[in-house]
Design a protein around this ligand. Structure first.
Ligand code: PLZ
Length: 443
């Protein structure tokens, strides 16, 4: 049996993926729909402390957190204990049948922690996409309007309504239409590709499109990721979000922040909106909220959240008690372990490492992001054209050397780094030494 012990180190004992992973992957190919893709077919047996151990005994440095989910650390002891305790008490009753206090407590915490000190209410769901859909339902009942505005490069999910809201065709939408209607797209602030357009000017450009093509009187909600995730870690220029939020407020439009990827300490603030003091009407959270258990939420102004008729929102599993126990442990951990500050420190470290590589290598077109949500956009230095091929080569080489790195971006040319916040500086430094060498080798 290979040694699969968890220790905070990069340890390569076979090729990546190793023979046991390959065996499991052959079974996957035979049993799992090929519609479910796998980025790196390394089959996990344990994870935590910034590494992931596979069935062959390899230990990989985790720079992905399962797509920004295990922010407090994988199998964090406080989360694992809370889950075990709750699972032994009861696993489900359905909150809509016979409720329990964990659900209420999570809502109280969300109401307290999300931006703004107005009176709030929350509702719990299972996935980010489901919560985004519910935010739209709530905004529509509140405003009695139908249109929804989203942005270029946006990602909001894979359900029918959220596919319509997501920008990128491949792989999310191709062949899956027809899509929900009354969804309109506005231009995003994308500093690297906007040629110096300021945040307020980019907001004016978006507002003009919204005003001329939709009309505020028809518009229920503007839904935006404060830093776009799948779309390429696009952080809008300063002033973009505040101007947009103010326009929404002036026009009776519900401003919805999709903080599914950015929320819960990820960006070096508890929520990315906090960075510019933006107070959304509704905030959508998921991913990092529960340390890996499926949970999502919509939180916002009481008068908006209470607009749907009684019984109009819900679902069998929404706010499952085990997931709620995990969320309460996550919230406690963020505070106890000082994780907001830790995310900011990780961001500073990664930015420094990447800008050092960038100084010698113009293919690194843009280093951006905040906190433990940092990315580099790779381009052809001569033309500035996106270089997806280089991105693939670097990611593949990184995987082979035991780094779990993800790519993203409309053009597939962005490498993104989303380490769990319990990762050590030593592991981060080792990972970026490996990456620096890969950039040298791919010249
Ligand atoms: N909103 C901002 O990032 C999920 C998608 C992975 P679910 N992002 C990862 C994939 O390829 O399916 C996401 C997000 C933002 C909504 C969602 C959707 O969250 O929990 O995946 O439904």
């Amino acid at each position: 049996m290979p040694d699969t012990a968890l220790s905070p180190e990069r340890r390569l004992v076979t090729a990546i993926p190793g023979p046991r992973s390959l065996e499991l992957h052959a079974r996957k190919e035979a049993a799992v729909s090929s519609g479910i893709g796998v980025m790196l077919p390394v089959y996990a047996v344990a994870a935590g402390g910034g590494v992931l151990v596979d069935v062959d005994g390899n230990s990989l440095i985790d720079l992905g957190s399962g797509i920004a989910v295990t922010t407090v650390g994988n199998a964090h002891p406080r989360v694992a204990a809370a889950v075990a305790r709750q699972a032994q008490a009861f696993t489900h009753t359905c909150f809509m049948v016979t409720p329990y206090d964990g659900y209420v407590e999570v809502c109280e915490a969300l109401n307290r922690l999300t931006p703004g000190d107005h009176e709030k209410r929350s509702a719990l769901f299972n996935s980010g996409a489901e919560a985004v859909e519910n935010a739209v339902k709530i905004a529509r009942t509140h405003t009695r309007r139908q249109a929804v505005v989203v942005f270029d490069h946006a990602y909001h999910g894979r359900t029918n309504l959220t596919m319509a809201m997501t920008a990128k065709n491949m792989p999310y939408k191709h062949g899956f239409g027809p899509f929900a209607n009354e969804v309109y797209r506005a231009p995003m602030s994308y500093p690297f590709r906007d040629e110096g357009l300021s945040g307020p000017a980019a907001a004016a450009r978006a507002i003009d499109v919204i005003d001329k093509q939709v009309g505020a009187g028809n518009l229920a909600a503007v839904v935006i990721e404060p830093i776009q995730g799948e779309g390429g870690f696009v952080a809008p220029a300063p002033g973009f979000l505040p101007v947009l939020a103010q326009w929404c407020s002036d026009n009776g439009v519900v401003f919805v922040a999709d903080e599914v990827q950015t929320g819960f300490a990820r960006t070096g603030d508890l929520f990315a909106c906090d960075h510019e003091g933006v107070v959304p009407d509704l905030v959508v959270t998921a991913k990092g909220i529960a340390g890996g258990l499926p949970l999502a939420a919509v939180t916002g102004r009481a008068e908006i959240m209470d607009a749907p008729h009684a019984g109009g929102l819900g679902g069998t599993y929404g706010g499952n008690p085990v997931a709620c126990a995990a969320a309460l442990a996550v919230i406690e951990t963020i505070e106890a372990d000082g994780l907001v500050a830790r995310a900011a420190a990780i961001g500073a470290r990664l930015t420094e490492r990447l800008t050092a590589i960038q100084a010698r290598d113009p293919r690194l077109g843009d280093v951006r992001g905040r906190g433990a949500m940092i990315a580099v956009e790779l381009v052809d230095p001569a033309t500035g054209e996106p270089d997806a091929e280089l991105t693939r080569r670097v990611a593949t080489a990184a995987h082979a050397q035991g780094l779990v790195v993800l790519s993203c971006g409309t053009w597939g040319n962005v490498l993104r780094f989303l380490p769990p916040l319990d990762i050590t500086d030593a592991l981060l430094d080792e990972a970026f030494d490996v990456l620096a060498a890969i950039f040298e080798e791919t010249r």
